[in-house]
Design a protein around this ligand. Structure first.
Ligand SMILES: Nc1nc2c(c(=O)[nH]1)N[C@H]1C(S)=C(S)[C@@H](COP(=O)(O)O)O[C@H]1N2
Ligand SMILES: [Mo]
Length: 232
């Protein structure tokens, strides 16, 4: 079943690159935005000189639900642990999380299946704010994002500490939808979107790396879209 899922995703990617305009994955059909938006994004540059649109990506016009086993969406049921290689492990309720120093940021989303969403707006707290509050130990090297039903995504500490890595509860001025991770998800814009764990429950800091849900199923451990690190 997992293998089949992987193969489907690969096929989807080939079709997306070949220019199929309607694609089905994760329970939905959607139209890939016009080629002109894709061309425009490809011509833009990020402040560090990289093209805005990573190779092999096409622009779509709204965030698409990509599936996954949903967690409990009620804020009252939410709790987030920050633990592992930290000096002071913390547990936050929803109201404690949203009263932390929150930020509103726009960032682009890049899905390994070949779609990108430009200028998604997120409200959340920087992951680095939470990690700094818990106090990183000198052994800390990796962060394991833990979610409902055992989903995990591993990211390197440097990616976790990036200014644009967020723990978010709003997308485009609305509370996250159930299928998009309600009440709270991670948003790690520098990496393919599978690293952005929905229905997040824990942030575990480790010394050793621990490949996550997709990483043990053939996806790349680092997942840098500009290097097309799609598969292992
Ligand atoms: N908990 C959890 N988070 C997850 C997933 C999942 O299955 N479970 N899927 C990932 C994948 S593969 C993608 S592409 C994005 C999709 O997010 P979206 O449904 O909001 O577009 O969420 C990621 N986060
Ligand atoms: Mo994905």
């Amino acid at each position: 079943m997992e293998l089949q899922n992987s193969l489907l995703r690969r096929q989807f990617l080939k079709n997306a690159i070949a220019g199929t305009v309607i694609a089905g994955f994760g329970g939905g059909l959607y139209v890939i935005a016009s080629d002109s938006e894709t061309r425009a994004a490809r011509a833009q540059r990020l402040p560090d000189g990289r093209p805005r649109l990573p190779p092999g990506q096409r622009v779509i016009s709204a965030l698409k639900p990509m599936g996954g086993e949903q967690g409990d969406p009620r804020p009252s049921a939410f709790s987030l642990k920050v633990y592992g290689e930290v000096e002071n492990p913390i547990v936050l309720t929803f109201s404690e999380l949203v009263s932390a120093e929150s930020v509103t940021q726009r960032s682009d989303v890049h899905c390994v299946t070949g779609w990108s969403l430009l200028d998604a707006q997120w409200r959340g707290v920087q992951l680095r704010t939470l990690l700094t509050r818990a106090g990183l130990k000198s052994e800390a090297r990796h962060v394991i994002l833990e979610a409902a039903h055992g989903y995990t995504a591993n990211i390197r500490l440097v990616d976790a500490m990036s200014f644009d890595s967020l723990i978010a509860w709003e997308h485009d001025d609305k509370a996250l939808g159930k299928s998009h991770g309600a009440p709270v998800r991670a948003v790690i814009p520098r990496l393919y979107f599978w690293k952005s764990a929905k229905w997040i429950t824990g942030i575990r800091v480790t010394h050793r790396d621990e490949p996550g849900y997709w990483e043990v199923r053939g996806y790349n451990n680092r997942a840098d879209p500009w290097k097309e690190e799609r598969y292992a």
